[in-house]
Design a protein around this ligand. Structure first.
Ligand code: NI
Length: 266
């Protein structure tokens, strides 16, 4: 851990129960806010991940990365928001989507709830590309609302969205291991992380025919016509639990560092 981290973080913890917001009392949260005003919010999606991937892939992975960053930094982690904007996956059973306007309102309300009671830095660790545009719009809305409501932290509040699968080290490693077969949805990198975290998923793995190459995304009917088994150019059979362990380490290391920079900025 760098010197900067020691300055801005509460410090690493051994036990996840001390950074999980859902296991803290309000008294403990109030004490925490005396020395740190940052919080991590894991954001996923509940959507199809090809014929062999888990519906919860994006939430499972975002939560694991967020908890690992929380453990290394001591920064609190909220419960995972497991539903995201997955309208284009609605052609497949098991997908549960929030419309963009709903997700925007939801993130806005969660951010405002935190800022209302003194949190100033909201760090969203995201596991799903489809959430990105909407979450950024929600941040813009939240800044305006905090100012118009004259919340005491409104002039200091800062929100940041990061995507664990786009961390440069993870991205490079995925290209290295899987080349073009990384694809863009139900990717071997995200599936590898789920296999590491949830070994029961390994039994679903089987060889699959070549997926249609990734192209544009439109409505859910169009998506299912273009990508009949849900994959976009990916071969998740290449995923191995050991790869997942490495991705988790790379993502947690890079994002812990990124979080320290975010907290150190004035
Ligand atoms: Ni995914």
């Amino acid at each position: 851990m760098s010197v900067e981290n020691e300055l801005v973080f509460p410090g690493p913890v051994k036990d996840l129960s001390s950074i999980r917001l859902d296991l803290r009392s309000w008294i403990e949260v109030e004490e925490y806010l005396q020395s740190c005003k940052a919080i991590i919010l894991p954001l996923g999606s509940t959507e199809q991940h090809g014929p062999t991937g888990a519906i919860g892939t994006d939430a499972i992975t975002a939560e694991a990365v967020a908890l690992e960053v929380g453990k290394r930094s001591g920064v609190f982690v909220t419960p995972t928001q497991a539903f995201g904007m997955a309208e284009h996956h609605l052609g497949f059973p098991g997908t549960m989507s929030l419309q963009p306007a709903t997700l925007m309102q939801l993130i806005h309300d969660l951010v405002l709830s935190l800022v209302q009671n003194g949190f100033e830095q909201i760090y969203v660790i995201n596991g799903h590309g489809g959430n990105i545009a909407t979450v950024k719009a929600a941040f813009a809305q939240a800044y305006s609302s905090a100012l118009s409501r004259k919340l005491s932290a409104s002039k200091r509040m800062k929100c940041k969205l990061v995507n664990w699968f786009m961390v440069p080290e993870v991205f490079r490693e995925a290209k290295n291991l899987y080349g073009e077969n990384e694809g863009q949805h139900a990717t071997p990198s995200e599936i590898a992380l789920t296999l590491y975290l949830e070994p029961s998923l390994i039994s679903k793995q089987r060889p699959l025919p070549a997926a249609n190459p990734a192209a544009s995304i439109h409505g859910y009917e169009d998506f299912r016509n273009r990508y009949p088994d849900g994959r976009m150019g990916s071969d998740p059979f290449l995923a191995k639990p050991a790869h997942g362990m490495k991705f988790l380490e790379q993502a947690a290391k890079a994002l812990t560092n990124d979080l320290s920079i975010f907290l150190g900025e004035s």
